[in-house]
Design a protein around this ligand. Structure first.
Ligand SMILES: [Fe+2]
Ligand SMILES: [Fe+2]
Length: 197
């Protein structure tokens, strides 16, 4: 009968999963960059691609520090997130809305990675793998910074730009509604909502 696996086995398994996830992301990030219209967003994806390549090398150092063979194991989680991102890119959205959606897709990946690295660091620390924990922490810091940068771009104009475009047609309507009882807006309102005046 096979011996039960230990936390060390689970740790190596998670490392392999994460190694594969990073590799998948090096293929996905160029696609996100290409689909982005906003220059800063494109640059953010491109610079995170460079970081991701470095994270792969860093994970190889983690394996070495543990005397483990460098090996990946297909990561279904990130594959699903990447698949969702691909579906979004196939949609026919206006440019700013697409940028907002690309950020949403990118942040899903970053949060997945943050969860993975958070666990890996905690386990490495618990088992006394100090060198591995230190290396993994450097990557976690990069993932957090990448996530923050995407939030900054979303909240710094892209979301509002997309929202303005979404409501551009109804703008006249809401301005009219604010002016007390303007009949033109009343007519527009009742035409869009039959049965109400
Ligand atoms: Fe990463
Ligand atoms: Fe990342």
């Amino acid at each position: 009968m096979a011996e039960a696996g230990t936390l060390h086995d689970a740790f190596i398994d998670e490392l392999r999963d994460t190694y594969d996830a990073e590799k998948q992301l090096t293929k996905a990030l160029p696609k996100l960059a290409k689909a982005a219209t906003n220059a800063k967003l494109r640059a953010a994806f491109e610079s995170h691609l460079k970081e991701t390549e470095g994270q792969i090398v860093r994970l190889e150092r983690v394996f070495e520090s543990l005397d483990e063979r460098v090996r990946g194991k297909h990561c279904d989680g990130i594959a699903g997130i990447i698949e969702e991102g691909k579906s979004i890119m196939e949609e026919d959205f206006d440019e700013t809305t697409m940028d907002a959606c690309l950020i949403a897709a990118g942040q899903r990946a970053e949060h997945y990675e943050m969860a993975a690295y958070g666990t890996l660091i905690a386990w490495a620390q618990a088992m006394g793998h100090t060198e591995a924990a230190k290396l993994l922490q450097q990557t976690l810091d990069e993932e957090k910074a990448a996530d923050k940068k995407l939030s900054g771009l979303a909240e710094g104009g892209i979301n509002q730009g997309a929202a303005d475009a979404a409501h551009a047609e109804g703008e006249e309507e809401s301005v009219g509604a604010d002016a007390s009882g303007a009949s033109a807006s009343g007519a527009r309102k009742s035409s869009s909502k039959p049965g109400r005046r």
